[in-house]
Design a protein around this ligand. Structure first.
Ligand SMILES: NC(=O)c1ccc[n+]([C@@H]2O[C@H](COP(=O)([O-])OP(=O)(O)OC[C@H]3O[C@@H](n4cnc5c(N)ncnc54)[C@H](O)[C@@H]3O)[C@@H](O)[C@H]2O)c1
Length: 313
């Protein structure tokens, strides 16, 4: 099968491309290397793929560039390209609006004209639910950040292309962690600070509950979405629930160092709880998370240790 992955140089996109290549698919990646975090990190994510004959990279901006050549003969589109992360979405709204919504609209228009495409899998987020994201897919969608608003709008835009028989499946990811995690994300910051002996900022009371998803479990479900009934929406979360303090204590044990915590007020848009009920994904596709939090955190710590050692060398 020929698969197109947008956001292929990013954290999740690069893992997805590697898995699709391993499964024997021919993979086309699109990424514009948006400098939200350094291009060097994204190039490192892509390094293995660039050496593979079955992976073709297109450095294209979905907001402006012609997409027809990249879509030629494609059977399935995984649309992961976006401006992720809540915090900057308050101050850089145009970037979020354009990368999350305009980019999706342009991609959908191009897919509409490409009859070979049999499905588009859209990577959405728990942020579409808002402050309390604990439950199944019937929870009301009340985003509390511009990020969540643009991702929900893009979800709905994807669904509206049903009018043109564009076949869509939506996956709502609940914070994903593991090797290659984005440097702005919580676990990355915690681990980086602990390894470096730096203080760790904890926003709010630290009692926020999270059911984060290990990257391999996220990729398994994303690939299973190839068999999902069209038109469906699925929550994708990790299964184990922990507060910010629980995570910090686990990391202290793994790294064997006490954290120096700096308490800061909670930030606008911060979610109180994100715990996915994934029973629909289990029922329809037989998916269950396989990685415990302890295992997953240990994997991410090992990866970040290597990064630190490489930077020091
Ligand atoms: N990481 C998570 O925990 C998480 C949680 C929920 C949802 N998601 C969603 O999953 C997807 C991937 O997230 P990630 O954490 O891998 O982020 P990421 O920032 O690492 O990857 C996204 C990639 O998209 C690219 N991109 C952005 N705008 C583009 C454009 N206009 N044209 C071409 N490329 C563009 C970026 O350069 C980047 O490499 C996003 O859609 C995000 O909203 C992620």
């Amino acid at each position: 099968m020929k698969c197109l992955v947008t956001g292929s140089a990013g954290f999740i996109g690069s893992h997805l491309c590697e898995r699709l290549v391993r499964d024997g698919h021919s993979v086309v990646g699109i990424d514009a290397f948006i400098p939200y975090y350094p291009r060097a990190i994204k190039e490192a994510n892509l390094a293995g793929l660039r050496a593979d004959r079955t992976y073709t990279h297109h450095t294209l901006d979905l907001r402006a560039d012609t997409l027809d050549a990249a879509l030629d003969g494609v059977d399935v589109v995984f649309h992961l390209a976006a401006m992720a992360g809540l915090v900057k979405s308050w101050t850089d709204f145009d970037l979020y609006q354009s990368c999350n919504l305009t980019a999706t609209q342009r991609l959908l228009e191009a897919v509409k004209k490409t009859p070979s495409v049999r499905r588009l899998i859209y990577a959405s987020t728990s942020s579409v639910y808002g402050r309390y994201s604990t439950g199944d897919e019937t929870m009301p969608t009340r985003p509390i950040s511009p990020y969540g608003v643009t991702k929900l709008a893009a979800e709905n835009l994807c669904r509206s292309y049903d009018e043109f028989s564009v076949p869509v499946v939506v996956l709502r990811y609940f914070s994903v962690y593991g090797p290659r995690q984005r440097p702005d994300m919580g676990y990355y910051r915690f681990i980086g600070a602990l390894l470096d002996g730096q203080p760790i900022s904890v926003f709010g009371d630290g009692q926020q509950m999270r059911g984060n998803t290990y990257i391999d479990d996220c990729i398994d479900a994303t690939v299973l979405a190839l068999q999902a009934p069209l038109g469906e929406t699925y929550n994708l979360g990790g299964g184990e629930t922990a507060s910010v303090w629980d995570i910090l204590h686990k990391l202290e044990r793994i790294i064997d160092r006490r954290a120096v915590v700096r308490r800061e007020p909670s930030r606008p848009g911060d979610q109180r709880s994100t715990v996915a009920d994934t029973s629909k994904l289990q029922r329809h596709l037989g998916w269950q998370p396989k990685t415990s939090l302890d295992e997953g955190l240990a994997q991410q710590v090992a990866w970040q240790r290597q990064l630190v050692q490489r930077q020091a060398a």
